[in-house]
Design a protein around this ligand. Sequence first.
Ligand code: APR
Length: 263
Amino acid sequence: MKEPIEQIAEWIVTSMRVVVFTGAGLSTESGIPDFRSPGGVWDRYHPEDFYFQNFLASESSREKYWQMATEMFEPIKKARPNPAHLAIAEMEKMKRLDCVITQNIDGLHLKAGNSNDKILELHGTAMFVSCLNCHKRYDRDTIQERIKRGEKAPRCDDCRGPLKPATISFGQSMPEAETQEAYHRSSLSDLFIVIGSSLVVQPAASMPLVAKRNGARLVIINRDPTPYDDMAEIVLHGQAGPTMAGILEMVKMKLGRGNPAIP
Ligand code: APR
């Protein structure tokens, strides 16, 4: 039996459609806390305060939302891609990646070098703000400047509608096109690699099941156990950064030095 890292690398080299599925655990090594680990976001805030219905309900709950969202945006703004993000970007360069399906709102896959059309953001993005009424988009930094100058729950310049970070809150409908495309790609994949997700939030967490049901091999790289570990061919309970860096080195070795696909 090959070492798991070597086996995963071999599958990345020999598979036709490799899909990578990422969660907040991918970005903790970039300084962004995840949601359900000790000290994570849901340790510090009540998830109910983030429910979409609450945001729509009153000015005071929008002010509370923006206060929390501003605190959460600080580490996101400073964050740099870590070796796991960079390995996924290199997989794309080596034409070993079909797409990356992410629950993350931090924009680090794009910063790492994955191209926009290869990234499916299921939970939106924190990098932009949009009006819930006319859907006008604003750059996040511009709105954070307005908050610094004293606005508590910013409103749209055009229609005075409430502004909200372009993330998908609990109770808010998922982005249709991205979700459909993610299901489609998951069903076509022959290797599905989960990195840094507790796999407890639906419908995102059903993507590995869709892949598995359609014959894909499932690999899970996550520090803690997940509800799907038993279904996976390989489970590695380790840190995403060093694990993905090791897999990438092995992929390069297997693809062979001097191969034009090797950057
Ligand atoms: N390397 C590997 N795994 C890690 C690392 C790391 N450096 N750091 C954390 N983890 C693992 C944790 O063990 C945990 O199981 O990543 C997982 C992160 O799980 P969650 O915090 O639940 O994050 P995620 O799965 O992305 O949450 C899904 O829930 O709150 C909503 O919208 C939010 O997109 C988010 C969704």
